[in-house]
Every structure is written in structure tokens, then in C-alpha cells.
Design a protein around this ligand. Structure first.
Ligand SMILES: Cc1cc2nc3c(=O)[nH]c(=O)nc-3n(C[C@H](O)[C@H](O)[C@H](O)COP(=O)(O)OP(=O)(O)OC[C@H]3O[C@@H](n4cnc5c(N)ncnc54)[C@H](O)[C@@H]3O)c2cc1C
Length: 230
């Protein structure tokens, strides 16, 4: 990419010998006065440390205590790509708080340019952000988010994978499962998945139908659910 950028810069500057010598441009051959657009990874690094404005596009209950919030950028730009399992640092302005409140939530859907989905358990007692979002974050509600972070991600492999979770810990596993099913279908080669999940009972069990639908779409996707208080 660096070589290609230098080639373009030389051509734009009218250096006619460049095209002929395109395989031998020395690294120092580029003029320091020419500004080169930042690379995609430089933009991503920048986005990682800055909050951008997001808007709730859709709200979907997943169980009696877990609700999904679909977020889009307010400037209409596509989202930066993320890896399945990463989380989103968010900043929410809550009336009565003297400064915006920061929390992190795992993105519960596979990478796409359109939206993040955060699936948030309504906390008990004085749980500030989760209770506020459940009560007040309707479509159109604005908050801020950094680019996704985190190293707990699905490795690139075709080996069988076991996804184990409890309660709201299902969120990264849903993103990973969605990705594996989509990639397996695209490649025509099905990576075996064992999806193991524990929760209290059906009333609080999030993504029950969604995981069933993913399993129905993938011949080697086994689901095991265990309830502690059926
Ligand atoms: C990497 C990562 C990913 C995460 N992903 C998800 C996810 O996908 N979904 C999800 O639902 N959560 C997720 N979480 C948890 C989330 O970040 C929040 O911690 C959670 O929502 C609670 O925040 P809150 O503001 O609602 O509650 P808080 O205000 O932080 O309160 C938490 C608990 O402490 C109690 N409490 C508050 N103040 C006091 C006090 N002064 N004295 C005693 N007790 C008090 C509250 O009653 C509550 O029970 C994730 C966390 C991390 C670190």
C-alpha cells in the first residue's frame, strides 16, 4: 500500500518517469511536502480514542431483563469494522448527573457497516446506566461511543469452537455465532459450533429464538441450554 501511495503521489506531481520505475521507488523518494491521506488503520486509531455521536435507531426486548439497543452514527457515516467479541465504550448524559457517565457494553452482533447492537441487562438496585437506558433510550436518543475495543475475539480458524456463556454474558457469543454462520455459508464449509448457555429460566433467557434460527441454518451447530430455576 505504501508503495502504491508513493506511485500515485509521483504521478499526481507529474513525475513521468515514475510509472516506468514503479517497482523501484526508494522510500526517501517521496516529497515531504506532499500530504498523503491517512490510512484506514490511522483513522481507526484516531477513532479509538475519541467519542463520536450515535443515535438509538431501534429498541428490541430480548427477555424480561435484557433489551437490545441498535445504534447508528448520527453523521450517516459507515461504522469502523470490529471483531466479534469486542466491546463499545459509551458515554451517556443522564439528567441529574454532573458529568456524562461512561460504561462498556459488548457488541452483540456480527460486524456490519450499519449498526452496533448492545444488549443490556437492567441492573438491580441503583444501577445507573442500565436502568436509565431501559427507561429512557427510545429511538432518536443520542449518546456517544468510541470505536470498538478489546482482545476477547474469535480467532481466525476453521477448528470446532465451543461458545460458553451465562446470563448476559451471552452477548459476545451471539456476535461470534452470527459471524461463524455467515462465514460458513459464504465459504460452503461449516465450522462446527457448540453453543453452551446457562441462565435462570425462559423468562430471562435472551436470544433464545435467534440462536435456534442460527442453528437451523448451520448443519454443525449444536445448542445446549441449562436453566438453574426452570
Ligand atoms: C468488557 C465489558 C463488557 C460488558 N458487556 C455487557 C453487556 O454486553 N451487557 C450488559 O448488560 N452489561 C455488560 N457489561 C457490564 C456494564 O458495563 C455495566 O457494568 C452494567 O450495565 C452495570 O452498569 P450500571 O450503570 O447499570 O450499574 P452501576 O451504577 O454501575 O451499578 C452496578 C451495581 O452496583 C450497585 N451500586 C451502585 N452504586 C452503589 C453504591 N454506592 N453502593 C452500593 N452499591 C451500589 C447497583 O445497585 C448495581 O447493582 C460489560 C462490562 C464490561 C467490563
Amino acid at each position: 500500500m505504501g508503495h502504491f501511495q508513493k506511485l500515485i503521489v509521483h504521478m499526481v506531481n507529474g513525475d513521468s518517469s515514475t510509472a516506468a520505475a514503479m517497482t523501484s521507488i526508494p522510500p526517501e523518494g517521496i516529497s515531504r511536502s506532499v500530504s498523503v491521506e491517512p490510512t484506514a488503520s490511522a483513522e481507526l486509531e484516531e477513532a479509538r480514542s475519541h467519542y463520536i455521536s450515535m443515535e438509538v435507531a431501534r429498541v428490541e426486548p430480548e427477555s424480561e431483563i435484557i433489551t437490545s439497543f441498535y445504534l447508528r452514527r448520527t453523521d450517516g457515516q459507515p461504522l469502523h469494522p470490529w471483531e466479534q467479541g469486542q466491546f463499545l465504550p459509551i458515554r451517556v448524559t443522564i439528567p441529574g448527573q454532573n458529568k456524562p457517565t461512561v460504561r462498556t457494553y459488548t457488541i452483540s452482533t456480527a460486524c456490519n457497516p450499519d449498526h452496533y447492537r448492545l444488549s443490556i441487562r437492567r441492573g438491580e438496585g441503583d444501577a445507573l446506566v442500565s436502568q436509565f437506558l431501559h427507561a429512557d433510550a427510545k429511538p432518536g436518543f443520542k449518546l456517544e461511543a468510541m470505536a470498538p475495543h478489546g482482545r476477547f475475539v474469535l480467532g481466525k480458524s476453521d477448528r470446532p469452537v465451543v461458545l460458553v456463556s451465562g446470563g448476559v454474558g451471552i452477548t459476545p457469543m451471539v456476535a461470534m455465532a452470527e459471524h461463524i454462520v455467515a462465514e460458513s455459508k459464504r465459504k460452503g464449509k461449516f465450522r462446527p459450533v457448540y453453543f453452551v448457555h446457562g441462565t435462570q429460566n425462559r423468562r430471562v433467557h435472551a436470544f433464545r429464538e435467534h440462536i435456534r434460527a442460527l442453528a437451523a441454518d448451520h448443519p454443525q451447530f449444536k445448542v445446549h441450554i441449562s436453566y438453574s430455576r426452570p
